[in-house]
Design a protein around this ligand. Structure first.
Ligand SMILES: Nc1ncnc2c1ncn2[C@@H]1O[C@H](COP(=O)(O)OP(=O)(O)OP(=O)(O)O)[C@@H](O)[C@H]1O
Ligand SMILES: [Mg+2]
Length: 406
């Protein structure tokens, strides 16, 4: 049995159910604001899934490398290790406002301190990657295939004293995400993402502060769900909003599963502004040739589960076609995953956004301009980093292909 907490208060209990399923019941008397998801209001009847976990509980389970590492470290003598076991391990430290503990336990987030500067400057030497994964894997309730961890920067509190915002000293949770990569699989992935996020920022999208390690081996990004008082905002990805399991993240269309769905859950006075950002992001994914813009790479954030939901800041932007030359879009647009043309994006903007043709054109031109400026920065970085030459040049080629919107 697992105890589920929202906003540091008990919400209910989660248990295995039947052969392979699970069931969740809210605590009697739980107020509506304690709902675990915008898709799961507080009610007397329990919520069940015939297989595995309900999407909101599955949302932050590590995939890929991190999952395999945890499986190896924690699989019982019998060799069994399911999602329930994984959630029990990483449940105390998660992206968003939900936490999980044992049935009789209290909350105990306490992520160890780790200097982010040490990671960026590689002061620890060659084995940093393995050290970080070993130490922080069980505090890393974060999804995704690429190796990554959640850390608590030992300078996060002091640094912010210089600004008006000061992170509460009672803060025990993770402050940053460290994204690493395996050299043999996706070389220079951190630099790739770093420059792609740079383009997004230039297009006027919200991008959390992010830094690239001096040797390009890691990218560190601030958590966008962190509040100054030491609590976290709600976050839900579009797998949850669509009621899908993680293994269905490549199913759906940008029109319905992303844009229309966002409109249904936004519940915000900023919906038009956010919808334009969402459209910009979809178009940007095409321009950057990111074939991994699936349902888990879009999300909403909120302070109150019953209140306004905003589009989450941008994350996970990568020119994937430098690794997979035949790559295409992760979801369909107009019934196909072929990279959308300027004309198709123009139509998407006019119909789903309801914007004037001139306004949509302006968005597409902003993307072109963002790519042009970042191209200059990328070229400068290339000059200093020979190891980035091959991937960097391929990125420039892909961006050129993708950004011919005019
Ligand atoms: N800055 C951030 N603040 C809070 N949560 C974040 C942030 N960036 C990413 N996340 C969360 O972490 C998850 C994993 O991050 P990300 O998508 O960057 O990893 P990935 O391994 O590249 O993913 P994929 O499997 O799609 O390739 C995201 O789906 C999102 O839920
Ligand atoms: Mg992702």
């Amino acid at each position: 049995m697992i105890k589920v907490w929202t906003d540091a208060a008990e919400a209910g209990r989660l248990d295995r159910h039947g052969e392979r399923g699970s069931t969740f019941a809210y605590q009697p008397g739980a107020p509506p604001a304690r709902a675990v998801s915008v898709t799961m209001p507080v009610r007397l009847e329990s919520w069940s899934a015939p297989f595995g976990l309900l999407p909101i509980f599955e949302m932050n389970l590590p995939e890929g490398v991190l999952r395999e590492r945890l499986r190896l470290a924690f699989a019982k003598a019998t060799g069994t290790f399911d999602e329930f076991d994984l959630l029990s391990i990483v449940g105390r430290s998660q992206v968003g406002r939900i936490r999980y503990t044992g049935d009789k336990e209290q909350l105990h987030e306490d992520v160890p301190f780790q200097s982010v500067d040490e990671i960026l400057e590689r002061r620890r030497g060659g084995d940093l990657f393995r050290y970080l994964l070993e130490k922080f894997a069980s505090f890393s309730g974060i999804s995704g295939v690429q190796p990554k961890i959640l850390v608590r920067d030992d300078k996060a509190f002091a640094e912010m004293e210089h600004t008006k915002h000061r992170l509460s000293q009672s803060y025990k949770g993770a402050t940053h995400i460290v994204k690493l990569w395996e050299p043999n699989e996706y070389p220079q992935l951190a630099a790739n993402e770093y420059f792609c996020l740079g383009v997004a920022r230039k297009c006027g999208l919200d991008v959390p502060p992010h830094r690239l390690a001096e040797d390009g081996m890691a990218m560190v990004i601030d958590r966008f769900d962190l509040r100054m008082e030491g609590t976290y905002r709600g976050f839900e990805d579009f797998c949850v909003l669509n009621g899908r399991r993680t293994d269905q993240k490549y199913r759906g269309s940008y029109e319905t599963s992303v844009m229309k769905r966002f409109g249904q859950f936004a519940n915000s006075t900023h919906v038009n502004e956010d919808m334009e950002k969402l459209f910009t992001l979809i178009a940007l994914n095409c321009a950057l040739r990111n074939g991994d813009a699936h349902l888990k790479n879009f999300g909403i954030v909120y302070d109150d589960v019953q209140g306004e939901a905003r589009l989450a800041p941008v994350y996970d932007l990568v020119t994937t076609s430098v690794y997979l030359p035949k790559d295409s879009m992760a979801l369909t647009l107009n019934g196909t995953t072929k990279w959308a043309s300027a004309k198709e994006l123009q139509r998407l903007g006019e119909t789903r956004l309801g914007a004037s043709p001139a306004r949509v054109r302006e968005v597409l031109e902003r993307i072109d301009a963002g790519i042009a400026t970042t191209t200059t920065e990328l070229r400068a970085y290339l000059k200093e980093h020979a190891e980035f030459e091959e991937i960097g040049n391929r990125m420039l080629h892909e961006w050129e292909q993708g950004s011919r919107f005019r």
